[in-house]
Design a protein around this ligand. Structure first.
Ligand SMILES: Cc1cc2nc3c(=O)[nH]c(=O)nc-3n(C[C@H](O)[C@H](O)[C@H](O)COP(=O)(O)OP(=O)(O)OC[C@H]3O[C@@H](n4cnc5c(N)ncnc54)[C@H](O)[C@@H]3O)c2cc1C
Length: 416
Protein backbone atom coordinates (compact mmCIF):
# COMPACT_ATOMS: atom_id res chain seq x y z
CA UNK A 1 0.00 0.00 0.00
CA UNK A 2 1.46 3.39 -1.01
CA UNK A 3 2.00 6.12 1.55
CA UNK A 4 1.90 9.69 0.31
CA UNK A 5 3.33 12.36 2.52
CA UNK A 6 2.04 15.88 1.86
CA UNK A 7 3.33 19.09 3.38
CA UNK A 8 1.05 22.07 3.13
CA UNK A 9 0.32 25.27 5.03
CA UNK A 10 -3.42 24.96 5.63
CA UNK A 11 -5.54 21.82 5.83
CA UNK A 12 -9.29 22.19 5.69
CA UNK A 13 -11.55 19.28 6.63
CA UNK A 14 -14.80 19.42 4.61
CA UNK A 15 -15.37 20.71 1.09
CA UNK A 16 -18.76 22.31 1.68
CA UNK A 17 -19.72 25.97 1.61
CA UNK A 18 -17.61 27.08 4.58
CA UNK A 19 -14.61 24.86 3.73
CA UNK A 20 -14.33 26.06 0.14
CA UNK A 21 -14.78 29.71 1.14
CA UNK A 22 -12.01 29.29 3.71
CA UNK A 23 -9.82 27.73 1.01
CA UNK A 24 -10.46 30.59 -1.45
CA UNK A 25 -9.82 33.23 1.20
CA UNK A 26 -6.59 31.60 2.46
CA UNK A 27 -5.25 30.77 -1.02
CA UNK A 28 -5.88 34.33 -2.19
CA UNK A 29 -3.38 35.38 0.51
CA UNK A 30 -0.84 33.05 -1.06
CA UNK A 31 -1.31 30.21 1.43
CA UNK A 32 -0.82 26.65 0.22
CA UNK A 33 -4.16 24.95 0.91
CA UNK A 34 -5.34 21.33 0.88
CA UNK A 35 -8.98 20.40 1.44
CA UNK A 36 -10.00 16.89 2.50
CA UNK A 37 -13.56 15.70 1.83
CA UNK A 38 -14.99 12.33 2.88
CA UNK A 39 -17.97 12.20 0.51
CA UNK A 40 -17.61 11.02 -3.10
CA UNK A 41 -19.27 14.24 -4.34
CA UNK A 42 -18.34 17.82 -3.46
CA UNK A 43 -20.79 20.42 -2.14
CA UNK A 44 -23.82 18.15 -2.07
CA UNK A 45 -25.69 20.45 0.31
CA UNK A 46 -25.22 23.39 -1.98
CA UNK A 47 -26.52 21.29 -4.86
CA UNK A 48 -29.77 20.34 -3.11
CA UNK A 49 -30.24 23.71 -1.41
CA UNK A 50 -33.06 26.10 -2.19
CA UNK A 51 -34.92 23.43 -4.14
CA UNK A 52 -31.93 23.14 -6.53
CA UNK A 53 -31.52 26.91 -6.94
CA UNK A 54 -29.44 27.66 -3.81
CA UNK A 55 -30.73 30.55 -1.73
CA UNK A 56 -27.13 31.73 -1.40
CA UNK A 57 -27.60 34.80 0.82
CA UNK A 58 -30.12 37.25 2.20
CA UNK A 59 -30.11 41.00 1.62
CA UNK A 60 -31.12 41.48 5.25
CA UNK A 61 -28.40 39.31 6.83
CA UNK A 62 -27.61 40.71 10.29
CA UNK A 63 -26.82 39.29 13.71
CA UNK A 64 -30.47 39.46 14.85
CA UNK A 65 -31.36 36.76 12.33
CA UNK A 66 -29.10 34.18 13.90
CA UNK A 67 -29.44 32.01 16.98
CA UNK A 68 -26.45 31.42 19.24
CA UNK A 69 -25.76 31.35 22.97
CA UNK A 70 -23.72 34.49 22.28
CA UNK A 71 -25.65 36.57 19.73
CA UNK A 72 -22.80 39.12 19.53
CA UNK A 73 -20.28 36.55 18.28
CA UNK A 74 -21.70 36.65 14.76
CA UNK A 75 -21.33 40.40 14.21
CA UNK A 76 -17.63 40.60 13.40
CA UNK A 77 -17.60 37.97 10.64
CA UNK A 78 -20.83 39.28 9.08
CA UNK A 79 -19.29 42.75 9.01
CA UNK A 80 -16.00 41.54 7.56
CA UNK A 81 -17.55 39.54 4.72
CA UNK A 82 -21.02 40.82 3.93
CA UNK A 83 -23.84 39.65 1.70
CA UNK A 84 -22.72 42.35 -0.78
CA UNK A 85 -19.25 40.78 -0.90
CA UNK A 86 -20.75 37.43 -1.84
CA UNK A 87 -23.14 39.02 -4.35
CA UNK A 88 -20.11 40.70 -5.99
CA UNK A 89 -18.42 37.31 -6.30
CA UNK A 90 -21.58 35.82 -7.84
CA UNK A 91 -21.80 38.74 -10.30
CA UNK A 92 -18.11 38.41 -11.25
CA UNK A 93 -18.95 34.87 -12.32
CA UNK A 94 -21.95 36.10 -14.34
CA UNK A 95 -24.40 34.02 -12.33
CA UNK A 96 -27.94 35.30 -12.79
CA UNK A 97 -29.98 35.55 -9.61
CA UNK A 98 -33.26 36.96 -8.33
CA UNK A 99 -34.92 37.92 -5.06
CA UNK A 100 -37.70 35.46 -4.37
CA UNK A 101 -39.13 37.12 -1.24
CA UNK A 102 -37.97 38.65 2.04
CA UNK A 103 -34.48 39.46 0.70
CA UNK A 104 -33.80 35.83 -0.26
CA UNK A 105 -31.46 35.59 -3.29
CA UNK A 106 -31.63 32.48 -5.48
CA UNK A 107 -29.80 31.40 -8.64
CA UNK A 108 -31.98 31.78 -11.72
CA UNK A 109 -30.65 28.59 -13.25
CA UNK A 110 -29.23 26.12 -10.78
CA UNK A 111 -27.25 25.76 -7.57
CA UNK A 112 -24.60 23.97 -9.64
CA UNK A 113 -23.50 27.46 -10.74
CA UNK A 114 -22.49 28.32 -7.15
CA UNK A 115 -20.58 25.02 -6.90
CA UNK A 116 -18.83 25.67 -10.23
CA UNK A 117 -17.93 29.18 -9.07
CA UNK A 118 -16.36 27.95 -5.81
CA UNK A 119 -14.47 25.15 -7.57
CA UNK A 120 -13.21 27.49 -10.31
CA UNK A 121 -11.94 29.95 -7.68
CA UNK A 122 -10.22 27.08 -5.86
CA UNK A 123 -8.66 25.74 -9.02
CA UNK A 124 -7.46 29.20 -10.18
CA UNK A 125 -5.82 29.71 -6.77
CA UNK A 126 -4.13 26.28 -6.77
CA UNK A 127 -6.18 24.76 -3.94
CA UNK A 128 -5.81 21.00 -3.81
CA UNK A 129 -8.98 19.02 -2.98
CA UNK A 130 -8.60 15.37 -2.03
CA UNK A 131 -11.79 13.24 -2.09
CA UNK A 132 -13.29 10.84 -1.20
CA UNK A 133 -10.88 10.56 1.66
CA UNK A 134 -11.37 9.24 5.17
CA UNK A 135 -9.48 11.00 7.95
CA UNK A 136 -8.27 8.45 10.45
CA UNK A 137 -6.56 10.63 13.00
CA UNK A 138 -5.63 14.23 13.72
CA UNK A 139 -2.72 15.06 15.98
CA UNK A 140 -1.12 18.33 16.94
CA UNK A 141 2.62 17.71 17.12
CA UNK A 142 3.54 21.31 17.91
CA UNK A 143 1.53 24.53 18.21
CA UNK A 144 1.89 25.09 14.46
CA UNK A 145 2.23 21.51 13.25
CA UNK A 146 -0.77 19.28 12.64
CA UNK A 147 -0.50 15.70 11.39
CA UNK A 148 -3.48 14.15 9.61
CA UNK A 149 -3.54 10.48 8.73
CA UNK A 150 -6.07 9.54 6.11
CA UNK A 151 -7.05 6.95 3.54
CA UNK A 152 -7.98 7.76 -0.04
CA UNK A 153 -11.18 5.81 -0.60
CA UNK A 154 -10.69 5.39 -4.37
CA UNK A 155 -7.29 3.70 -4.54
CA UNK A 156 -6.98 2.86 -0.82
CA UNK A 157 -3.65 4.70 -0.66
CA UNK A 158 -2.59 6.06 2.74
CA UNK A 159 -1.91 9.74 3.22
CA UNK A 160 0.05 11.55 5.87
CA UNK A 161 -0.45 15.31 5.73
CA UNK A 162 1.34 17.99 7.72
CA UNK A 163 0.20 21.60 8.04
CA UNK A 164 0.68 24.74 10.10
CA UNK A 165 -3.04 25.43 10.44
CA UNK A 166 -6.08 23.18 10.60
CA UNK A 167 -9.60 24.37 9.77
CA UNK A 168 -12.55 22.18 10.71
CA UNK A 169 -15.40 22.76 8.23
CA UNK A 170 -17.12 19.37 8.33
CA UNK A 171 -20.62 20.77 8.92
CA UNK A 172 -23.46 19.67 11.20
CA UNK A 173 -25.55 16.51 11.48
CA UNK A 174 -28.39 17.22 9.10
CA UNK A 175 -28.92 14.89 6.13
CA UNK A 176 -26.39 12.13 6.89
CA UNK A 177 -27.30 10.51 3.53
CA UNK A 178 -25.13 13.12 1.77
CA UNK A 179 -22.09 13.11 4.00
CA UNK A 180 -23.04 14.81 7.29
CA UNK A 181 -21.11 13.40 10.22
CA UNK A 182 -20.30 14.11 13.85
CA UNK A 183 -16.61 14.26 12.99
CA UNK A 184 -16.19 17.95 13.80
CA UNK A 185 -17.71 17.54 17.25
CA UNK A 186 -15.42 14.56 17.94
CA UNK A 187 -12.37 16.62 17.02
CA UNK A 188 -13.64 19.47 19.19
CA UNK A 189 -13.88 17.01 22.10
CA UNK A 190 -10.37 15.72 21.36
CA UNK A 191 -9.16 19.31 21.83
CA UNK A 192 -11.26 19.69 25.01
CA UNK A 193 -13.65 22.26 23.56
CA UNK A 194 -17.12 22.76 24.96
CA UNK A 195 -20.03 21.83 22.70
CA UNK A 196 -23.57 23.18 22.92
CA UNK A 197 -25.79 20.13 22.39
CA UNK A 198 -26.47 19.79 18.64
CA UNK A 199 -30.18 19.59 17.76
CA UNK A 200 -32.16 19.46 14.53
CA UNK A 201 -33.31 22.91 13.37
CA UNK A 202 -35.30 24.32 10.45
CA UNK A 203 -37.14 21.03 10.68
CA UNK A 204 -40.78 19.84 10.38
CA UNK A 205 -42.56 19.11 13.67
CA UNK A 206 -44.61 16.10 14.69
CA UNK A 207 -47.94 16.50 16.48
CA UNK A 208 -48.89 14.54 19.57
CA UNK A 209 -49.96 10.99 18.66
CA UNK A 210 -53.46 11.78 19.94
CA UNK A 211 -53.80 14.60 17.37
CA UNK A 212 -52.04 12.93 14.47
CA UNK A 213 -55.23 12.05 12.54
CA UNK A 214 -56.32 15.68 12.42
CA UNK A 215 -53.00 16.79 10.86
CA UNK A 216 -52.93 13.80 8.53
CA UNK A 217 -56.44 14.59 7.25
CA UNK A 218 -55.20 18.05 6.22
CA UNK A 219 -51.90 16.94 4.71
CA UNK A 220 -50.96 19.29 1.86
CA UNK A 221 -53.06 22.24 3.12
CA UNK A 222 -51.10 25.49 3.47
CA UNK A 223 -52.23 28.57 5.43
CA UNK A 224 -50.67 32.02 5.88
CA UNK A 225 -50.19 32.25 9.66
CA UNK A 226 -48.26 33.78 12.50
CA UNK A 227 -46.45 31.17 14.62
CA UNK A 228 -45.47 32.29 18.09
CA UNK A 229 -43.35 30.63 20.72
CA UNK A 230 -43.52 32.12 24.20
CA UNK A 231 -40.36 31.19 26.06
CA UNK A 232 -41.35 33.30 29.06
CA UNK A 233 -44.08 35.84 29.65
CA UNK A 234 -41.82 38.56 28.29
CA UNK A 235 -39.79 36.64 25.71
CA UNK A 236 -41.54 35.51 22.57
CA UNK A 237 -40.58 34.81 18.98
CA UNK A 238 -42.97 35.04 16.04
CA UNK A 239 -42.79 34.32 12.32
CA UNK A 240 -45.40 35.17 9.72
CA UNK A 241 -45.33 32.90 6.71
CA UNK A 242 -47.18 29.80 5.54
CA UNK A 243 -47.64 26.66 7.59
CA UNK A 244 -48.07 23.35 5.81
CA UNK A 245 -49.99 20.37 7.20
CA UNK A 246 -48.18 17.05 6.80
CA UNK A 247 -48.93 13.41 7.53
CA UNK A 248 -47.06 13.75 10.78
CA UNK A 249 -47.75 17.32 11.89
CA UNK A 250 -46.69 20.66 10.52
CA UNK A 251 -44.04 22.06 8.20
CA UNK A 252 -43.81 25.13 5.93
CA UNK A 253 -41.57 28.17 6.36
CA UNK A 254 -43.18 29.57 9.54
CA UNK A 255 -42.90 26.18 11.26
CA UNK A 256 -39.31 25.58 10.10
CA UNK A 257 -38.36 29.01 11.48
CA UNK A 258 -39.98 28.46 14.87
CA UNK A 259 -38.52 24.92 15.09
CA UNK A 260 -35.07 26.44 15.66
CA UNK A 261 -36.32 27.95 18.91
CA UNK A 262 -38.27 25.09 20.49
CA UNK A 263 -37.65 21.69 22.04
CA UNK A 264 -39.60 18.43 22.14
CA UNK A 265 -42.90 18.80 23.98
CA UNK A 266 -42.92 22.59 23.69
CA UNK A 267 -46.09 24.25 22.45
CA UNK A 268 -46.54 27.04 19.95
CA UNK A 269 -49.54 29.18 19.11
CA UNK A 270 -50.66 29.75 15.56
CA UNK A 271 -52.77 32.67 14.42
CA UNK A 272 -54.61 31.17 11.47
CA UNK A 273 -56.24 34.49 10.55
CA UNK A 274 -53.50 37.09 10.96
CA UNK A 275 -55.43 39.77 9.07
CA UNK A 276 -58.50 39.51 11.32
CA UNK A 277 -57.83 41.48 14.44
CA UNK A 278 -61.45 41.62 15.66
CA UNK A 279 -62.61 38.14 14.88
CA UNK A 280 -64.65 37.70 18.07
CA UNK A 281 -66.49 41.00 17.63
CA UNK A 282 -67.06 40.30 13.96
CA UNK A 283 -68.58 36.87 14.66
CA UNK A 284 -70.78 38.32 17.40
CA UNK A 285 -71.95 41.15 15.16
CA UNK A 286 -72.97 38.57 12.54
CA UNK A 287 -75.44 37.06 15.04
CA UNK A 288 -77.40 40.33 14.96
CA UNK A 289 -77.42 40.49 11.18
CA UNK A 290 -80.35 38.56 9.61
CA UNK A 291 -78.18 37.99 6.51
CA UNK A 292 -75.94 35.78 8.63
CA UNK A 293 -77.91 34.64 11.66
CA UNK A 294 -79.89 31.98 9.77
CA UNK A 295 -76.84 30.60 7.98
CA UNK A 296 -74.93 27.60 9.20
CA UNK A 297 -71.83 28.63 11.13
CA UNK A 298 -69.52 26.39 9.11
CA UNK A 299 -70.64 28.07 5.89
CA UNK A 300 -70.10 31.53 7.38
CA UNK A 301 -66.57 30.51 8.29
CA UNK A 302 -65.84 29.06 4.87
CA UNK A 303 -67.24 32.09 3.05
CA UNK A 304 -65.89 34.89 5.22
CA UNK A 305 -62.63 33.41 6.45
CA UNK A 306 -61.51 31.58 3.37
CA UNK A 307 -57.86 32.33 4.19
CA UNK A 308 -58.21 29.09 6.13
CA UNK A 309 -58.87 26.22 3.75
CA UNK A 310 -62.44 24.86 3.72
CA UNK A 311 -61.03 21.44 4.50
CA UNK A 312 -59.69 22.77 7.78
CA UNK A 313 -63.15 23.65 9.11
CA UNK A 314 -64.53 20.23 8.13
CA UNK A 315 -61.67 18.34 9.80
CA UNK A 316 -61.75 20.63 12.82
CA UNK A 317 -65.50 20.09 13.31
CA UNK A 318 -65.21 16.36 12.85
CA UNK A 319 -62.05 15.61 14.84
CA UNK A 320 -62.85 17.80 17.81
CA UNK A 321 -66.59 17.10 17.79
CA UNK A 322 -67.04 20.84 17.58
CA UNK A 323 -70.55 21.55 16.41
CA UNK A 324 -70.20 24.06 13.60
CA UNK A 325 -73.12 22.88 11.53
CA UNK A 326 -75.98 24.72 13.30
CA UNK A 327 -77.43 28.11 12.42
CA UNK A 328 -75.35 30.99 13.73
CA UNK A 329 -78.23 32.39 15.86
CA UNK A 330 -78.19 29.23 18.01
CA UNK A 331 -74.65 29.77 19.32
CA UNK A 332 -73.88 31.59 22.57
CA UNK A 333 -71.36 34.43 22.65
CA UNK A 334 -69.25 32.23 24.94
CA UNK A 335 -69.00 29.58 22.21
CA UNK A 336 -68.06 32.16 19.59
CA UNK A 337 -65.41 33.56 21.94
CA UNK A 338 -63.86 30.11 22.31
CA UNK A 339 -64.02 29.44 18.58
CA UNK A 340 -62.41 32.78 17.68
CA UNK A 341 -59.67 32.23 20.25
CA UNK A 342 -58.95 28.81 18.81
CA UNK A 343 -58.57 30.20 15.30
CA UNK A 344 -56.47 33.16 16.45
CA UNK A 345 -54.32 31.09 18.81
CA UNK A 346 -54.32 27.47 17.67
CA UNK A 347 -52.22 25.44 20.11
CA UNK A 348 -49.79 22.98 18.58
CA UNK A 349 -47.64 20.76 20.76
CA UNK A 350 -44.45 19.46 19.23
CA UNK A 351 -44.15 15.83 20.27
CA UNK A 352 -40.73 15.84 18.66
CA UNK A 353 -39.13 17.17 15.49
CA UNK A 354 -38.65 15.01 12.42
CA UNK A 355 -34.94 14.89 13.26
CA UNK A 356 -31.67 15.21 11.37
CA UNK A 357 -32.90 13.29 8.31
CA UNK A 358 -35.29 16.16 7.57
CA UNK A 359 -33.53 19.13 9.19
CA UNK A 360 -31.97 21.85 7.04
CA UNK A 361 -29.46 22.68 9.72
CA UNK A 362 -28.05 21.73 13.11
CA UNK A 363 -28.32 24.25 15.92
CA UNK A 364 -25.81 24.19 18.77
CA UNK A 365 -22.24 23.10 18.07
CA UNK A 366 -18.83 24.42 19.08
CA UNK A 367 -19.36 26.88 21.93
CA UNK A 368 -18.54 30.35 20.59
CA UNK A 369 -16.84 31.14 23.92
CA UNK A 370 -14.06 28.83 22.74
CA UNK A 371 -13.45 30.85 19.55
CA UNK A 372 -12.24 34.28 18.56
CA UNK A 373 -15.05 36.05 16.71
CA UNK A 374 -12.44 37.99 14.71
CA UNK A 375 -10.52 34.96 13.38
CA UNK A 376 -12.66 31.84 14.12
CA UNK A 377 -9.53 30.34 15.77
CA UNK A 378 -9.69 28.49 19.07
CA UNK A 379 -8.75 31.02 21.74
CA UNK A 380 -6.12 28.87 23.43
CA UNK A 381 -4.99 27.09 20.25
CA UNK A 382 -4.59 29.81 17.60
CA UNK A 383 -3.79 27.52 14.65
CA UNK A 384 -6.96 25.47 15.01
CA UNK A 385 -10.15 26.91 13.45
CA UNK A 386 -13.85 25.99 13.33
CA UNK A 387 -16.19 27.47 10.72
CA UNK A 388 -19.70 27.15 9.28
CA UNK A 389 -22.47 25.04 10.67
CA UNK A 390 -20.16 23.26 13.11
CA UNK A 391 -20.16 26.39 15.25
CA UNK A 392 -23.02 27.34 17.58
CA UNK A 393 -24.48 29.81 15.07
CA UNK A 394 -27.75 29.03 13.30
CA UNK A 395 -29.40 31.29 10.77
CA UNK A 396 -33.04 31.77 9.98
CA UNK A 397 -34.46 30.15 6.87
CA UNK A 398 -33.74 32.25 3.79
CA UNK A 399 -30.05 32.26 2.84
CA UNK A 400 -28.72 33.18 6.29
CA UNK A 401 -26.94 29.87 6.85
CA UNK A 402 -24.95 30.10 3.64
CA UNK A 403 -24.05 33.70 4.49
CA UNK A 404 -22.67 32.45 7.80
CA UNK A 405 -20.66 29.78 5.94
CA UNK A 406 -19.23 32.44 3.58
CA UNK A 407 -18.52 35.00 6.33
CA UNK A 408 -16.99 32.61 8.87
CA UNK A 409 -14.99 30.85 6.12
CA UNK A 410 -13.67 34.10 4.72
CA UNK A 411 -12.57 35.33 8.15
CA UNK A 412 -10.80 32.05 8.99
CA UNK A 413 -9.11 32.09 5.57
CA UNK A 414 -7.74 35.57 6.19
CA UNK A 415 -6.10 34.40 9.39
CA UNK A 416 -5.10 30.75 9.00
C1 LIG B 1 -31.99 20.36 2.03
C2 LIG B 1 -31.23 21.57 2.49
C3 LIG B 1 -31.46 22.77 1.86
C4 LIG B 1 -30.76 23.93 2.30
N1 LIG B 1 -31.00 25.10 1.67
C5 LIG B 1 -30.36 26.21 2.09
C6 LIG B 1 -30.52 27.45 1.40
O1 LIG B 1 -31.18 27.52 0.35
N2 LIG B 1 -29.91 28.55 1.93
C7 LIG B 1 -29.11 28.49 3.05
O2 LIG B 1 -28.58 29.52 3.49
N3 LIG B 1 -28.89 27.31 3.67
C8 LIG B 1 -29.47 26.19 3.21
N4 LIG B 1 -29.23 25.00 3.83
C9 LIG B 1 -28.23 24.98 4.93
C10 LIG B 1 -26.82 25.01 4.33
O3 LIG B 1 -26.74 24.01 3.34
C11 LIG B 1 -25.77 24.75 5.41
O4 LIG B 1 -25.97 25.64 6.48
C12 LIG B 1 -24.38 24.94 4.84
O5 LIG B 1 -24.17 24.04 3.79
C13 LIG B 1 -23.32 24.73 5.92
O6 LIG B 1 -22.06 24.79 5.32
P1 LIG B 1 -20.82 23.99 5.95
O7 LIG B 1 -19.73 24.13 4.96
O8 LIG B 1 -20.62 24.41 7.34
O9 LIG B 1 -21.31 22.49 5.99
P2 LIG B 1 -21.61 21.52 4.77
O10 LIG B 1 -22.08 22.28 3.58
O11 LIG B 1 -22.49 20.46 5.33
O12 LIG B 1 -20.19 20.91 4.40
C14 LIG B 1 -19.51 20.03 5.24
C15 LIG B 1 -18.68 19.11 4.39
O13 LIG B 1 -17.85 18.34 5.24
C16 LIG B 1 -17.87 17.01 4.77
N5 LIG B 1 -17.50 16.10 5.86
C17 LIG B 1 -18.25 15.65 6.89
N6 LIG B 1 -17.53 14.82 7.66
C18 LIG B 1 -16.29 14.76 7.13
C19 LIG B 1 -15.09 14.06 7.48
N7 LIG B 1 -15.04 13.24 8.52
N8 LIG B 1 -14.01 14.23 6.70
C20 LIG B 1 -14.03 15.05 5.61
N9 LIG B 1 -15.13 15.72 5.24
C21 LIG B 1 -16.26 15.59 5.98
C22 LIG B 1 -19.29 16.81 4.27
O14 LIG B 1 -19.39 15.72 3.38
C23 LIG B 1 -19.55 18.15 3.59
O15 LIG B 1 -19.13 18.15 2.26
C24 LIG B 1 -29.86 23.84 3.40
C25 LIG B 1 -29.62 22.60 3.98
C26 LIG B 1 -30.28 21.48 3.53
C27 LIG B 1 -29.98 20.16 4.20
Amino acid sequence: MTLNSIRTEVIIIGAGAAGLMTAISAASRGRKVTVIESHHKLCEKIRISGGGRCNFTNLGACAERYISQNPHFIKSALRTYTQEDFINLVERHNIKYYEKKLGQLFCKESSQEIINMLLKECSDLGVSIIYPCKVQSINQLEENKFQIKAEHLKDKSRLELYSESLVMASGGLSIPQIGASDFGYRIAKQFNLNIIEPKAALVPLMSLDSERNFYKSLSGVSIDSICTYKRTKKQETSFRENILFTHRGLSGPAILQISSYIDDEDSINIDLLPEKNNLVDELKSFTKNPKFSKKFLINILKENYSEIAEKFYDSFAETYKCKLKNRLATYSHGFLDTLANKLKSWAFTNQESEGFNKAEVTRGGIDTNELSSKTMAVKNNPNLYFVGELVDVTGWLGGYNFQWAWSSGYVAGQNC
